[in-house]
Design a protein around this ligand. Structure first.
Ligand code: NAP
Length: 260
């Protein structure tokens, strides 16, 4: 147990399984003293409610489809319902992405249909802004927003339009940092190495992306351990990064810094 996030209230959006990066983040945040709410949407909501019981303290589960304007508009009241009328948020974690594996991932870059590309970008990039906008009335000065990316500075096998969506997310984070900075709100991303989550398993050809990672990363890499990523997210949420915004912190064993 620690006290890095003592007294802070954090919404972690995007928790389905206990393999989710969002789950590890919620767990570490609670271990560091935070009050945590988690969210998910649709059919997986029941799974999230069961998984929420596996956290050190069962977290309230909110229904939130980031493509549904009604869910976004109702979010502040849903949070107040859980935490009381004076509720504020000190942290928001965006741990959300989706791309149709049949059409925009797995080597189908050229010729991908716009409707599916648009969906990937709406869910995986635009939603950082729409979610931040939705909770803005609750965000306290000094609050941190942290999202998850996968290094979008290069092209990967199989990642295709999700790579473009991540490039959009990275840019979105910088613009949000620009526009929310005056309110003392920091916006940063963690660029994680490959982790065996539901989202990753849904990418046809994910093994190609992760092959050789362990060997090339100077620190090595365990693709079943989301804790290093979760810890970095929590550090960025904390007041140990008070003057950092628009930043991307790599948590990938050092892979990104090696030429070969
Ligand atoms: P995950 O467990 O599948 O989490 C992704 C979450 O996004 C799921 O809870 C998913 O819900 C949710 N989601 C999808 N569409 C949504 C929508 N319209 N509204 C609200 N939530 C929605 O996989 P993860 O790997 O932890 O992913 C979390 C983040 O980390 C993503 O941004 C991902 O790109 C990023 N990341 C992952 C890796 C990796 O290797 N795994 C590496 C770097 C970055 P459902 O399960 O119900 O669809």
């Amino acid at each position: 147990m620690g006290s890095l996030l003592e007294g802070r209230t954090i919404l972690v959006a995007g928790v389905t399984m206990d393999t989710s990066i969002g789950f590890a983040t919620a767990r570490v945040a609670q271990e560091q003293g935070a009050t945590v709410l988690i969210s998910n949407f649709g059919r997986a909501l029941g799974i999230t409610r069961r998984i929420a019981k596996r956290l050190p303290a069962e977290a309230p589960v909110l229904e939130l489809d980031v493509t549904d304007p009604a869910h976004l508009a109702a979010l502040p009241d849903a949070i107040r319902e859980q935490l009381g009328e004076d509720a504020t948020l000190d942290g928001l974690v965006h741990s959300i992405a989706f791309g149709n594996p049949e059409t925009v991932l797995g080597g189908r870059f050229v010729g991908a249909p716009w409707a599916d590309v648009a969906q990937a970008i709406q869910v995986s990039s635009y939603s950082l802004m729409s979610l931040a906008h939705a909770v803005r009335p609750l965000l306290s000065p000094g609050a941190g927003i942290v999202g998850l990316t996968f290094d979008a500075s290069v092209a990967w096998p199989a990642y295709d339009w999700m790579g473009v969506a991540k490039a959009g997310l990275e840019s979105c984070a910088r613009y949000l940092a620009r526009d929310l900075g005056a309110d003392g709100i920091r916006v940063n991303l963690v660029s994680a190495g490959p982790l065996k989550t539901l989202a990753a398993k849904a990418i046809p050809g994910f093994e190609e992306i992760e092959s050789g990672w362990k060997e090339r990363a100077p620190l090595g890499w365990d693709n079943t351990d989301a804790e290093p990523t979760a810890r970095a997210v929590c550090a960025l949420l904390s007041d140990f990064f008070p003057a950092t915004t628009g930043e991307i912190v790599h948590v990938d064993g050092g892979y990104h810094a090696m030429g070969a």
